[in-house]
Design a protein around this ligand. Structure first.
Ligand code: C5P
Length: 225
């Protein structure tokens, strides 16, 4: 068997949350440890790929053989992703904040007796959908979906809406207590044009290897067609 099936390929991965600053000490973010994305970057590198990992703020070590670019906000992440193109495969695992504050206070906001501050939000770019529409769209574009209900139907709809080839859907019902987030395990379904493959609950490192094996198989058949 080929131990480096992704040799010669460039794999682009996003991971972690984004932080959208409110003022110098506060931010808006989604829950995300970055573990799944880092595991995928590690597995792709182990399979021989050149890997660019665009990481939001997380406390994780850079996997061996991976080029890591650290970013804070969604707009920084979008920029770093574009700058990393072209790529053969992109796996968008980051839990990107949907909104940022329209304005960032230059100084720490103070508690006032006179009432509560109001945050005015603005929409962040959708990095996955942006890649799907990019002239340099990766040949295999994979998104993730964290869902608490109707996991597969929502993932199918997301696949179509965002223009991704595959969506890896996580069942995060029970979050933030039970769950997938921050844990070392994941329960996933891979939704493709051909249907849905449901994987058993497994460590995130193992899910990463399973996904990388499917990516390698896909690229191989794609080439011999
Ligand atoms: O719409 P939702 O956030 O559930 O979609 C999740 C997928 O889209 C993930 O692959 C995530 O990395 C990606 N995404 C993105 N940019 C955003 C929001 C989500 O790339 N602004």
């Amino acid at each position: 068997p080929d131990h480096r099936p992704l040799y010669g390929r460039h794999v682009l991965v996003t991971a972690g949350p984004t932080h959208e600053p409110i003022d110098p000490v506060r931010y808006i973010a989604n829950r995300s440890s970055g573990k799944q994305g880092f595991a995928i970057a590690a597995a792709a590198a182990a399979a021989g790929a050149r890997v660019t990992l665009v990481a939001g703020p997380v406390a994780l070590e850079t996997p061996h053989g991976v080029d890591r670019i650290d970013v804070e906000s969604a707009r920084e992440m979008a920029e770093a992703v574009e700058a990393a193109l072209p790529a053969d495969v992109a796996v968008m695992v980051a839990a990107v904040a949907d909104w940022r504050t329209r304005d960032i206070a230059g100084q720490k906001m103070k508690k006032a007796r006179s009432g509560l501050p109001e945050l005015v939000l603005a929409e962040n770019p959708d990095i996955l959908a942006g890649l799907a529409a990019n002239d340099a769209r990766p040949g295999l574009l994979i998104g993730f979906a964290a869902e608490t209900e109707n996991v597969i139907d929502n993932a199918k709809a997301k696949r179509a809406r965002k223009g991704a080839d595959w969506i890896v859907a996580n069942d995060v019902s029970g979050a933030p207590k039970d769950s997938v987030m921050g844990s070392d395990h994941n329960r996933a379904h891979i939704v493709t044009a051909d249907g849905v493959e449901t994987l058993e609950r497994m460590p995130k490192t193992e899910l990463a290897r399973a996904l990388v094996a499917r990516i390698a198989a896909y690229l191989e058949t794609d080439e011999t067609e």
